[in-house]
Structure formats: structure tokens, C-alpha cells
Design a protein. Structure first.
Length: 202
């Protein structure tokens, strides 16, 4: 019996900025994405994270927001109410872009942590386009990836305690595209990292 051919995975680093903790009552205000690399049977091949990117700012979908959450992004809700892209248009453009960059591969969303960004991204994709190019589970959490390789409890992991060579040298600005590019470099570094060296005498 012939072995089933497995499609490569194309990893896309995604970062979103929102004005609250959950989608629906609150809004995704910006969406940034950068191709991080591709993984096949031969391993992971990193991409230039600035080469294939996507960025949109979106119109809020409700009047509710959490001031502290809004302050993190520095985005102006009033401006976005008039200048932000309609969510249905922006998410359709994003889905088309994902399909375009992942021809011949299966797209996987990567986030740090993925839980927050994926919640908004998936909800918006289903709500405004009716489908997700990532399917319902095509996401990779970089925090879990690091914890597994470092053999650490997940809740013990924070970026500040990671080995410096794994981290991007770019600043984390809370601009969705900047942060997506930064996280794409982190993902590529984590994929290449074999884990910590054993302690002497271990």
C-alpha cells in the first residue's frame, strides 16, 4: 500500500489588535500577517518575513470597548469608524491572500500566544466570510512549541526567560504587522532549535 502523500505546511505568523477580550461584543481593529516558512518531510525552511505580508485596519463592529485594551494598540476607534475597512471586505481579502501564498501547501496560523489572536481571527473569518482557509484547527501556538522543546510547564513560559538567540531583534510595537513579522522570526528560530543542551553529567 502506497504511503499517503502529506502536503507541506506553510506557516503564517498572525497578530491582531482588538479593543476587548472576546470577539462579538468587542472588535478586531487591525490584522497583520507574515509568511514565516514552510515545513515538509525534509524539515522547515524559513522565509524572509518581510517578503509576503498582509495588513488591514478594520471598522469596529460594536460601540463597546475596554479602554485598557484599546490603549495597547494606540489605534483611534473614531478614525477607524470612518476609515477602517469593512470586516467582510478585509477578511475576504485576507482569505484570498492566504490561499495565494499557500498554493501547494496547507496554511497554518502561528501566534504567540495563538489563543487570543486565533479566537478573533477564526470568529471573524466564519462570521464575515463563512469559511476559514486554515480550517477549524490549523493553528500553532509558539508558546506551547517552546514549552515542549524546553521541557518546561506551559505556564512557566514568558518571552523574557527565553534564550536570547531565539527571540527576534525587532521591537514588539503592538502594531499588528510589525508584531507578525517579529513573531515570524521567533517561529523560524523555534523550528530550528533542538532544545536546551543537557546539563553536564546528565
Amino acid at each position: 500500500m502506497a504511503a499517503r502523500k502529506i502536503k507541506p505546511s506553510l506557516y503564517i505568523s498572525v497578530d491582531i489588535e482588538a479593543d476587548g477580550p472576546i470577539p462579538g461584543p468587542y472588535s478586531m481593529l487591525s490584522l497583520g500577517a507574515a509568511v514565516a516558512g514552510v515545513q515538509d518531510a525534509g524539515g522547515f525552511t524559513p522565509a524572509d518575513p518581510e517578503e509576503r505580508t498582509f495588513y488591514r485596519e478594520l471598522r469596529p463592529i460594536s460601540d463597546d470597548f475596554v479602554p485598557e485594551a484599546l490603549a495597547v494598540s494606540g489605534l483611534d476607534r473614531e478614525r477607524l469608524t470612518t476609515e477602517g475597512a469593512e470586516p467582510a471586505v478585509a477578511l475576504a481579502e485576507f482569505a484570498d491572500w492566504v490561499r495565494e501564498v499557500s498554493v501547494g501547501a496547507q496554511p497554518v496560523m502561528g501566534g504567540y500566544p495563538a489563543s487570543y489572536d486565533w479566537t478573533f481571527l477564526y470568529w471573524y473569518l466564519i462570521r464575515f466570510t463563512g469559511a476559514s482557509p486554515f480550517g477549524h484547527s490549523g493553528c500553532l501556538d509558539m508558546k506551547t512549541l517552546y514549552a515542549t522543546k524546553a521541557r518546561l510547564p506551559l505556564r512557566a513560559v514568558v518571552k523574557g526567560t527565553m534564550p536570547r538567540h531565539l527571540l527576534s531583534r525587532r521591537r514588539h510595537t503592538h502594531h499588528a504587522l510589525d508584531d507578525a513579522v517579529e513573531q515570524a522570526e521567533l517561529l523560524a528560530n523555534l523550528m530550528a532549535w533542538p532544545g536546551p543542551e543537557p546539563a553536564p553529567g546528565a
